[in-house]
Design a protein around this ligand. Structure first.
Ligand code: PGA
Length: 279
């Protein structure tokens, strides 16, 4: 019997945004919005089945730790979310003379639960190659961090009918042949079409579902992984308005959200939308 991923992941990728002040405001608004929402009936298992993850800038990791602890005590709803934090990037090297880099080990020691690897902005602006990304995944695996591995095609590639081929290559080059049990335990994929990131132009739920189904098949047929059981998130201009329809798709197990995750009230709405996955 095929066991589908049982959790829904709402991951906020804050990129190079959010001041310390903004982060405090985020938690206040998050708590208020959850309190307001609790007046309606929420599915009893929403909090157990929905993961709330945030990736701030490196220097704000400790503030996330402090704020999550404080707000989890003062707001029962924030407490129920059991929010986790992680990093947007990590080094492909274990340690040594790599000025400005941050190791997977330092992230694990800082309480990170996960790291995002292969975001299209890292691939495009920082020229991260498939080989480097593979090493980053291995470093993160060694530290027992979860890895959100991003894949996705550009507009040009989609228009040329090459979207599936691009995604297949990205997966083959960076993931194929890695330790299978670590892949099953620690890998989460994020399909993020480059043309949908930060553009306000999201993939339709049907386009996203179609690609997610392809990804599962590639994982099973080409990478010898249990594609059906692995979480695949969608990312690219997800908002509180379009998240419900995206999450309703069978093969979408959550969302990786940039712009719309910056405000606490919006993040709460994204999180609560995971109720469409229940029942
Ligand atoms: P966006 O970013 O939601 O602002 O489009 C998504 C991402 O880059 O992960």
């Amino acid at each position: 019997m095929i066991t589908r991923p049982s959790k829904t992941y709402i991951v906020g990728n804050w990129k190079m945004n959010q001041s310390k002040f903004d982060i405090d405001a985020f938690f206040k608004a998050l708590s208020q919005e959850l309190l307001a929402a609790s007046k309606e009936t929420l599915p009893p298992n929403l909090f157990e089945t929905t993961e709330a993850w945030i990736a701030p800038q490196f220097v704000h990791l400790h503030q996330l730790y402090v704020d999550i602890s404080l707000w989890s005590t003062s707001s029962p709803f924030v407490g129920q979310m059991k929010m986790k934090y992680g990093a947007q990037n990590s080094s492909h090297k274990e340690k040594g003379a790599f000025t400005g880099d941050v190791s997977a080990r330092a992230l694990a020691e800082s309480g990170c639960h996960f790291v995002i690897v292969g975001h299209s902005e890292r691939r495009a602006f920082f020229k991260e190659s498939p080989e480097i990304l593979r090493e980053k995944v291995e470093m993160a695996f060694a530290q027992n961090l979860k890895v959100i591995f991003c894949i996705g095609e550009t507009l040009e590639e989609r228009e040329q009918g090459k979207a599936v081929e691009v995604v297949l290559n990205q997966l083959t080059q960076s993931i194929k042949g890695l330790d299978q049990s670590k892949c099953h335990e620690q890998l989460i994929f994020a399909y993020e079409p480059v043309w949908a990131i930060g553009t306000g132009r999201t993939a339709t739920p049907e386009q996203a579902q179609e690609m997610h189904a392809h990804i599962r098949k590639i994982l099973s047929d080409e990478l010898a992984l249990e594609g059906a059981t692995m979480p695949i998130l969608y990312g690219g201009s997800v908002t509180p308005d379009n998240v419900h329809e995206l999450l309703r798709q069978q093969d979408i197990n959550g969302a990786l959200v940039g712009g719309a995750s910056l405000k606490g009230a919006d993040y709460a709405k994204l999180y609560l939308a995971a109720k469409v996955k229940i029942g």
